[in-house]
Ligand binder design. Structure first.
Ligand code: AMP
Ligand code: MG
Length: 419
């Protein structure tokens, strides 16, 4: 009689070979070496890329003292407690400085951004003067040096403005343009290849036969990858056949820095992903004490990192956000980011068994007093993708937690902070 070997199942509360979420994160970190290849890109084309150099300001920004207001430039020493009348001797526009001297008792009309004449140190807003024929009378109280922006007040010449590892955002494009820099040295983008596995899967546009379902994982993966600025190769659906899987994994690992698959990673009779990873590369781990997302095969094939995500649609998203996204950032050379957690009151009852970390889907809302609270989205099955769609946060429940009673403080991770 054949000997019966118990296999791990998603229903087990605790399985001894599972890693904790923390251990799994650490194992992934240990296996990653950030890419070093860089390229030159013109400023606009560098949006979303990661700087591979320091940006040092070659100039002062602004390059000269200038007026912060439309008004009149005067000698601050002319100010007095009594109303002062000064003669207007000229005018300065932004880009058209006033040439000539301005004596005590004189002023020029000056526009916002116009260069301050050397003789003057103070600008009076036009709303605070009475304009006569060729002179103005100041009213109100003023102080010497007011309404003047100093040279270098935004950026000093020689200052390090951006450091290597910084991701170029819209503000940076403007900042770098203000320095007159047209070209940047950046890290090349990561290439991520992904495919779904499963004989039951059909792509949208195809007709479903009995027992078949539409492939949704490639669409959520597309969406999540698109948001983090990587180049990706969508390899479609691969059937549950060893030869097809072998060929797809080899091809993917030669073309990409990271290979992501979904499905076929559990212990069913047609689950070949882990076996193929063992044959073609190296399995670092494949079980995590978490729900959803217990079977997650992680390792390397050739030089590519490999994540065999579970097949269930919610598990794909949870494992991507909890492991893959940080790994992609580390590989791309971005500094590690602390994930944003909040402590809030949970108004729902949550059922949970101790022994595994759970990422339940929750909805943060404001109660009638304006306080932020959280409730569960309800059914937490890992096939219920709608729970991700209606949720706006994960409720993080530690391994030892064995359920939540209403009005207990819980830790949540808002989706708005997920990349
Ligand atoms: P597996 O891990 O391959 O056993 O898949 C677990 C569950 O997820 C099964 O019900 C699959 O039909 C489902 N599944 C796997 N891949 C996908 C996919 N790409 N889109 C939607 N459901 C999937
Ligand atoms: Mg499958």
């Amino acid at each position: 009689m054949a000997e019966f070997t118990p296999q791990p199942s998603c229903a087990d509360a605790h399985e001894p070979n599972s890693l904790s979420v923390q251990e799994a994160r650490q194992r992934i970190k240990n296996l990653i070496t950030p890419i070093t290849t860089w390229e030159k890109r013109s400023l606009r084309d560098a949006l979303g890329y990661i700087l591979a150099e320091s940006i040092i300001s070659p100039i002062n920004v602004p390059p000269h003292n200038n007026s912060a207001m439309d008004g009149y430039a005067i000698h601050g020493s002319d100010l007095s407690d009594k109303p002062v009348t000064v003669k207007q001797v000229g005018i300065a526009f932004a880009g058209q400085p006033y040439v000539g001297s301005i004596k005590s008792g004189e002023c020029i009309r000056i526009m916002t951004g116009a260069m301050m004449p050397d003789d003057c140190d103070t600008v009076i807003m036009q709303e605070h003067v009475d304009v006569n024929d060729s002179s103005i009378t100041l009213h109100g109280t003023h102080s010497i040096g007011q309404n003047v922006r100093s040279a270098g007040e935004d950026l000093q010449q020689g200052e390090e403005v951006l450091t290597p590892g910084h991701k170029i955002m819209p503000a940076d494009l403007g900042l770098i343009a203000s320095l007159g820099i047209a070209e940047l040295t950046v890290k090349r983008k990561l290439r991520v290849a992904f495919f779904s596995t499963g004989d039951e899967l059909r792509s949208i546009g195809e007709t479903l036969e009995e027992g078949q379902i539409y492939d949704s994982n490639r669409y959520t993966l597309y969406g999540m990858l698109k948001r983090i600025d990587v180049d990706f190769i969508d390899m479609g659906v691969i059937p549950d056949q060893k030869a097809a899987l072998r060929q797809a994994l080899q091809l993917a690992s030669k073309q990409a820095d990271v290979v992501l698959t979904s499905g076929g990673v559990s212990v069913g009779d047609a689950d070949y992903v882990k076996e193929m990873l063992t044959e073609l590369g190296h399995v670092d781990f494949w079980k995590i004490a978490m729900k959803p997302g217990r079977p997650l095969a992680f390792g390397k094939i050739n030089d590519a990192l490999f994540f065999g995500l579970p097949g269930n649609p919610v598990s794909v998203m949870v494992t991507f956000y909890q492991f893959v996204s940080a790994a992609l950032q580390q590989l791309a050379g971005l500094p590690e980011q602390a994930s944003q957690h909040m402590q809030v009151n949970c108004v729902s009852t949550i059922r949970k068994r101790a022994g595994r970390f759970e990422f339940q889907r929750g909805i943060l809302f404001q109660d009638e007093r304006g306080l932020t609270q959280v409730k569960t989205t309800g059914e937490q099955g890992s096939g219920i993708l709608r729970s991700m769609s209606v949720a706006n946060c994960f409720i993080l429940l530690e391994e030892q937690c064995d359920g939540i009673k209403p009005n207990t403080t819980v830790t949540v991770q808002p989706f708005s902070g997920l990349i």
